[in-house]
Design a protein around this ligand. Structure first.
Ligand code: UDP
Length: 338
């Protein structure tokens, strides 16, 4: 398999930086574009060409495509917080949908052959069938999910009209950190459960809010399918290889383990890991949260022969905690190379 140059948008962010590591570990030539609105420059390994800027900057993109001879894009740049999307829908449509229109336009103009897109289980809304497979109707219940679904549609129409193929990977709940401690969630104002929980475990917060305990689920709290970020990163490399091998084919794949855990089960796993009870406070439901999201990952496993290495909440929590401790001790982020 020839390893073509890949542009990672949002490569200084959480998932993008792990995909970057997965590509580099396997010898792919890479470059990063990131506007550093939420990303961290220092998390990008030394030697990786880094461009600071937005994906709506057509001139910058053209320059990167030419300088780095980019043939494929892994597109992570975007906004990802459900409650924020309800308060600021215009920001979400701008950052996730309109900016991606610019990216695709530049990619088409420059002859990029493959685009892999970070989509989300939020496109399903509150699905009728769980586990959810890719045939489930897409009915997002928040602007975040809607903004991503619009981009999927745009990619499908564009891939039919222009000479590139694409993959949309619908992530369930991405969590954990690089097992070797090279990256993890940095989190300015984190909102995701496992990040919030390990912050509480390391003393950065004094408790964890549990948003809603009256859902129609076994213990009343929301159920999610937590997938380790490094397993997800591996799926991206496999998906890219598939797009290259099958240029007439597009991919639409759920990314999860197919196992649901409640908020309380996650917090219990953390308590076990740290051998103490992290304080919880029961709070009302959070806007935009579906009760239960669990992936059917059959298509992912069969199409890409993906076999996760870190499947299990204990491993996810251990790696998230290891990273959080490193952050707390100031050992996670190398001194500025700017
Ligand atoms: N959650 C919680 N307390 C927190 C953060 C999240 O109870 O501090 C719940 C949230 O309401 C949802 C689940 O944990 O039911 C996962 O939320 P998260 O924000 O991690 O991911 P999402 O599913 O929204 O993408």
């Amino acid at each position: 398999m020839s390893k073509i140059p890949v542009l990672v948008t949002g490569g200084a962010g959480y998932i993008g930086s792990h995909a970057l590591l997965a590509l580099r570990d396997r010898g792919w030539p890479v470059a990063v574009i990131d506007d550093l609105s939420t990303g961290t420059r220092e998390i990008v390994p030394e030697g990786v060409p880094f461009y600071e800027g937005g994906i709506a900057d057509a001139d910058l993109l053209r320059r990167i495509f030419a300088e780095q001879k980019i043939q494929a894009i892994m597109h992570f740049a975007g906004s990802i917080v459900v409650p924020e999307s309800i308060e600021k829908p215009l920001d979400y449509y701008r950052n996730n949908t309109i900016a991606t229109h610019s990216l695709i336009s530049a990619a088409v103009a420059c002859g990029v052959k493959h685009i892999l897109f970070s989509s989300t289980a939020a496109v399903y809304g509150a699905p009728e069938h769980v586990p959810v497979d890719e045939q489930e109707p897409t009915q997002p219940i928040n602007p975040y999910g809607a903004s991503k679904l619009m981009t999927e549609r745009m990619l499908a129409d564009c891939a039919a009209a222009y000479p590139f193929n694409y993959g949309a990977l619908r992530y369930f709940n991405v969590s954990g950190a690089d097992p070797d401690g090279r990256s993890g969630q940095i989190g300015k104002g984190s909102t995701h459960l496992i990040k919030v929980a390990v912050e509480a475990a390391t003393g950065k917060r004094d408790h964890v809010d549990v948003f809603g305990s009256d859902y129609d689920t076994p213990d009343g709290t929301c159920v999610r399918d937590y997938i380790h970020v490094s397993d997800l990163a591996d799926a991206h490399v496999l998906a890219l290889e598939r797009l290259i091998a099958e240029p007439q084919e597009n991919l639409l794949l759920n990314c999860g383990y197919g196992r649901g855990l409640s908020v309380l089960e996650v917090l219990d796993a953390l308590d076990r890991e740290v051998n103490q009870e992290i304080r919880r406070e029961m709070k009302p439901r959070r806007a935009g949260d579906p009760p239960e999201l669990i992936a059917s990952n059959r298509r992912l496993v069969e199409t890409l022969e993906w076999s996760p290495r870190f499947n299990g909440i204990d491993t996810i929590i251990r790696h998230a905690l290891q990273w959080e401790r490193k952050l707390a001790e100031g050992r996670a982020i190398p001194p500025s190379r700017a």
